[in-house]
Design a protein. Structure first.
Ligand code: NAD
Length: 290
């Protein structure tokens, strides 16, 4: 396929490189980064849109996505597919899908889980929203960039699945970290706590695969002085998207709301910026009951 790839950052660059390695003709554009090996450089954003079968975007937020889509969609060929893999608000995803449909294009929103490691290894999970035809058109690309793709329903439902997953993740991380901090105060050894909880009803992906306590469980960012991994500010972004969606749909999400407040304090008023989201553990340890 002829593929345009817009947004060649931490995630986009390795994803584009994997598509090129698999034999697709990939043309990339980014306002700051040059394309990785195997990917042609476009001079302007429309150079990664004209004559392409699929245009993929991997951008920071919904406002940027909407402005890029406004430039790119008119330059695309009828019948082509606009595939956004960024994490953005549900409304932006649906707005872009409507713009694409009005121009005779297919649109799929397919945010990812798996982080930078998954992008490099081609083992991402895609959660996709869009028509059956749109999903079918880009499925071969999901197979290259990832290990699993779930079609979650119409446009916007990929983003809905992503923010619900990450709201669970943020809440679970906080719960796990406050439990470790309580265990410390009670004189319970962290390794013993892990041994019990990882095979008891408190187990979770956070505890079992991404343990926030250094030296406990499999290798995780905690073992690397909380170098991300998944930075706290990205968790805050996703939690805010969950709260925006909850407000728009009148859903009651008190734990998501509290997790958003805690990550906002951590990132904006404490020392969380640039640290992995599991650095909530030393944060709780350093604090007293309020
Ligand atoms: P990044 O900041 O490294 O990359 C974004 C890229 O977009 C940058 O290179 C930037 O220059 C480019 N860009 C910005 N505006 C542009 C424009 N108008 N035209 C062209 N390029 C433009 O971010 P990232 O870590 O690659 O994340 C990208 C998306 O993936 C985000 O939505 C993020 O939430 C999501 N995501 C990230 C991770 C992760 O672990 N990093 C995991 C899952 C999902």
């Amino acid at each position: 396929m002829k593929i345009g790839f817009i947004g060649l950052g931490n995630m986009g660059a390795p994803m584009a490189a994997n598509l090129a390695k698999a034999g697709h003709e990939v043309t990339g554009f980014d306002i700051a980064n040059t394309p990785p090996e195997g990917v042609h450089a476009a001079d302007a954003v429309t150079g990664a849109a004209a004559d392409m079968d699929v245009v993929i975007t991997m951008l920071p937020n919904g406002a940027i996505l909407q402005s890029v889509a406004a430039d790119v969609i008119p330059a695309m060929t009828q019948g082509a597919t606009f595939l956004d893999c960024s994490t953005v608000d549900v409304e932006s995803a649906r707005t872009v899908a409507d713009m694409a449909a009005a121009a005779g294009l297919m649109a799929v929103d397919a945010p990812v889980s798996g982080g930078i490691g998954g992008a490099a290894a081609g083992t991402l999970t895609f959660m996709a929203g869009g028509s059956d035809a749109g999903f079918a058109a880009v499925s071969p690309l999901f197979d290259i960039m990832g290990q699993k793709a779930v079609h979650c329903g119409p446009s916007g439902n990929g983003q809905a699945a992503k923010i619900c997953n990450n709201m669970i993740l943020g809440v679970t991380m906080i719960g796990t970290c406050e439990a470790f901090a309580l265990a410390d105060k009670l004189g319970l050894d962290r390794q013993k706590m892990f041994d019990v909880v990882s095979t008891s009803s408190g187990y979770s992906w956070v505890m079992n695969a991404y343990c926030p306590a250094p030296g406990v469980g499999p290798q995780s960012p905690a073992d690397n002085d909380y170098t991300p991994g998944f930075a706290s500010e990205l968790m805050l972004k996703d939690l805010r998207l969950s709260q925006q969606a909850a407000e728009a749909s009148d859903a009651d999400t008190p734990m998501g709301a509290r997790a958003t407040e805690l990550y906002a304090d951590f990132v904006e008023q404490e020392d969380g910026l640039g640290r992995d989201f599991s650095a909530m553990l030393p944060r709780f340890v350093s604090r007293r009951r309020r």
